[in-house]
Design a binder for this molecule. Structure first.
Ligand code: B12
Length: 157
């Protein structure tokens, strides 16, 4: 089966570079093809890279607190570019300060993100959901429904 392709990066004027490198390695290790756009990535750059690589998912990271502003309108732009079906995740420290995660998740889902990940969510959780959403879980995994996410994000309703 073809490998699924992910476009990842840190949006806006954000320079936090460590998490996205860890995700790049973890996702590759888990069998995904990864285009890591690095830091200070615009919405347009995410979308252009997703089109160019025929990506299955866009994963947006934001750490510096301005995530809510930076991602506004991104789903609409992706739709207009013909990416209506692309999976979109967002994670990191996506809002200013500490806010109840359930409320944060609701706001980002309203903006069109399929899943919203709380600060510090381990890569295993992200990988579990990617596999689930991209139809890559084998039957045993599906039956066990390992749910590594209970505490930290994942955005399961
Ligand atoms: C190192 C650091 C910096 C360094 C970054 C160096 C570099 N080039 O990487 C420097 C000093 C430059 C910096 C600057 C700033 N920082 Co800073 N920084 C940190 C710090 C201490 C660690 C970040 C880090 O590397 N973590 C380790 C990695 C492995 O974890 P991670 O980034 O969280 O990523 C993991 C998960 O969150 C998750 N994940 C992340 N993104 C995504 C996306 C998806 C889709 C998914 C599924 C998962 C996922 O997976 C990753 C791997 O496990 C954090 C505090 C902290 N402890 O987190 C503050 C922190 C992120 N910084 C903060 C702030 C405010 C700033 C500044 C605005 C400070 C200032 N006034 O100048 C600037 C912003 C500069 C800019 N334009 O970006 C705040 C953000 C607060 C907020 N969101 O409300 C934090 C939380 C500190 C704090 N407690 O206040 N920072």
């Amino acid at each position: 089966m073809d490998k699924k392709h992910l476009v990842i990066g840190v949006i806006g004027a954000d320079v936090h570079a460590v998490g996205i490198r860890i995700l790049e390695f973890a996702f590759r290790e888990a069998g995904f093809e990864v285009t890591n756009l690095g830091v200070m990535v615009s919405q347009e750059e995410f979308i252009a890279a997703a089109i160019e690589t025929d990506a299955d998912a866009i994963l947006v990271s934001s750490l510096y607190g301005h995530g809510e502003l930076d991602v506004r309108g991104m789903r609409e732009k992706a739709d207009e570019a013909g990416l209506e079906d692309i999976l979109m995740y967002v994670g990191g420290n996506i809002v200013v300060g500490k806010q109840p995660f359930a409320e944060v998740e609701k706001r980002f889902k309203k903006m069109g993100f399929d899943r919203v990940f709380a600060p510090g969510t381990p890569p295993e959780t992200d990988i579990y959901y990617l596999k689930k959403d991209l139809g890559l879980l084998d039957q045993a995994e599906t039956e066990a429904d390992q749910q590594p996410k209970a505490e930290n994000g994942g955005g399961e309703e």
